[in-house]
Design a protein around this ligand. Structure first.
Ligand SMILES: C[S@@+](CC[C@H](N)C(=O)[O-])C[C@H]1O[C@@H](n2cnc3c(N)ncnc32)[C@H](O)[C@@H]1O
Length: 487
């Protein structure tokens, strides 16, 4: 009976856990994670999933609202998967993010941090993203009230997926994430598609024409729009794209692709250049980046600069260093710090990104950078280190999964005097640090908030090779020398 219980009453939310979910305990002591609540709320929780270790639920009724709450500013809050923390004041969001890093370092990493620096908040709490993707659908997601009143869901919409429902799209009226004119452009694209009689995609039946639209708006005002169509109906595409660029002359680069696949992934498709320039340009401090339709670029440009400044400060470059930049993407960090070191060597698995890195290297007249395409675990070998010289500073910025165990082992063998580890997932970073502390001290750490209103956290750590190691080696060398008496 207890096992099947669906509703738990008056649960006190005591903190925020993974992905910003509220955490509480059932009367019999089980951990319960609750969507969309704030620490201090007291709620009845409806359980929608249970495992042997925890329960997952959503709030059914509020008995008390936390004082650490604020009014969400977006009408789509609670439905859209985008800004799940907007009911929590920004300073409390930062506390939560900082605490998440501390907890990961203690529980998973078990590392001592000599200096933990306070989280760097983002000056822009809204409209901070340079890149957004919206999905077309001919079926709108409905609220439970709309379902009860028999409202039809047969409406063309352009917006975001409802979390946990692949074919339900929330029609977005106004989004607070991307710089303007993102909202204006999205609404224009939607109106134009309707005017041109282009069917919105049916995700379940895989019919229709309009699939996705991507907007990239740089901090210097350049705008790239990419449309993804289901069918290659050239005349219709041409007419739509022509009218789009005519009615939105602020678009500086327009592309489209045709995606006849079941999945939404477009990076494996040919991007057809339709109008304007072939790339857009952004600037980080004094480094210019040309960004093509498939290139990765830091999504929050202004805070990306702050992040790179911390990396540069932690690296403590004097101009003489040999630097490795692992997981370099389009070489953003490598090119940012190139003027402060002797040489920088970047490694990245996506070869198109490496082409962009080389292009941007030339654009910025940088001559002391060299880039390699391939998996870090295959490229970073003793022979590679011999060829390029051992690194004085090694910067690593892996994806969410963290570094492969072989890469961590290689770092231990390379013994770079300094490692600057940038991470978008403190849990995997803590796991890797737990291994690196065999030889390294964690000297400094600073979380950076790149994505206000979301649970995402970036964290930078400075590791220095333990002094004891060199002392031990020195002692051993002198001991051997003292024992060895030439005949
Ligand atoms: C978090 S991004 C960092 C990008 C870059 N440092 C920046 O700031 O723009 C991680 C990068 O690692 C690349 N990557 C993922 N797995 C990799 C691997 N096994 N070897 C090399 N690069 C990899 C991804 O393609 C991505 O560009």
């Amino acid at each position: 009976m207890g096992k099947k219980k669906k509703l738990f009453e008056e649960i006190e939310i005591t903190g925020l856990a993974d992905k910003g979910k509220g955490v509480g305990r059932t009367p019999d002591g089980r951990v319960i994670f609750v969507d969309g609540v704030a620490p201090g709320d007291i709620v009845d929780v409806f359980v929608y999933k249970r495992t042997s270790k925890y329960l997952l639920g959503f709030p059914k009724k509020y008995h008390k609202y936390s004082e650490k709450r604020t009014r969400p500013f977006c009408e789509h809050f609670g439905v859209c998967g985008g800004c799940k923390l907007q009911h929590i004041p920004y300073e409390n969001q930062l506390e939560y993010k900082e605490d998440t890093v501390v907890q990961a370092m203690q529980r998973i990493g078990k590392v001592d941090i000599q200096e933990f620096q306070p989280i760097l908040g983002c000056a822009e709490e809204r409209f901070y993203r340079n890149k957004m993707e919206f999905t077309f659908s001919n079926k709108r997601w409905l609220t439970s009230e709309e379902i009860e009143t028999g409202t039809s869901n047969q409406v063309d919409v352009l917006g975001f997926h409802r979390p946990g429902a692949f074919d339900k799209i929330v029609d977005i009226k106004h989004c607070f994430l991307q710089y303007e004119p993102s909202n204006k452009l999205r609404l224009l694209v939607k109106d134009l598609a309707i005017e041109h009689g282009l069917e919105f995609f049916n995700l379940r039946e895989q019919t229709g024409m309009m699939r996705h639209v991507f907007f990239r708006i740089t901090s210097i005002g350049e705008i790239m729009v990419i449309l993804s169509f289901y069918k290659n109906e050239k005349e219709k595409i041409q007419a739509f794209m022509d009218e789009l660029v005519e009615r939105a002359p602020e678009i500086t680069s327009a592309y489209y692709c045709v995606n006849p696949k079941k999945n939404d992934f477009v990076l494996d498709l040919t991007m057809v250049h339709h109008a304007g320039k072939e790339w857009i340009e952004d600037v980080l401090r004094d480094v210019r980046f040309q960004i093509g339709p498939k290139s990765f670029f830091q999504t929050n440009t202004r805070q990306g600069k702050q992040l790179f400044d911390i990396v540069e400060e932690y690296a403590g470059l004097s101009g003489k260093e040999n630097v490795y930049d692992l997981y370099t993407g389009i070489g953003s960090i490598a090119l940012y710090i190139a003027h402060k070191c002797k040489q920088v060597v970047g490694i990245e698995e996506i070869s198109a990104a490496i082409e962009d890195a080389e292009l941007n290297m030339r654009l910025n007249k940088i001559q002391n950078a060299i880039f390699y395409a391939g998996d870090v675990k295959n490229i970073l070998t003793p022979a590679f280190a011999e060829k390029h010289g051992k690194p004085d500073v090694l910067i690593t910025d892996p994806p969410r999964a963290g570094m492969h165990a072989n890469v961590v082992q290689m770092l231990l063998e390379l013994e770079a005097p300094k490692i600057v580890y940038v991470s978008c997932n403190p849990a995997t970073q803590a796991r890797d640090l737990n291994l690196l502390v065999q030889k390294y001290d964690v000297v400094k750490m600073r979380p950076v908030d790149m994505f206000p209103q979301t649970h995402h956290i970036e964290n930078v750590a400075l590791l220095e090779l333990k002094k004891e190691d060199t002392t031990i080696v020195d002692k051993m060398v002198s001991k051997i020398k003292s024992l060895w008496t030439p005949s």
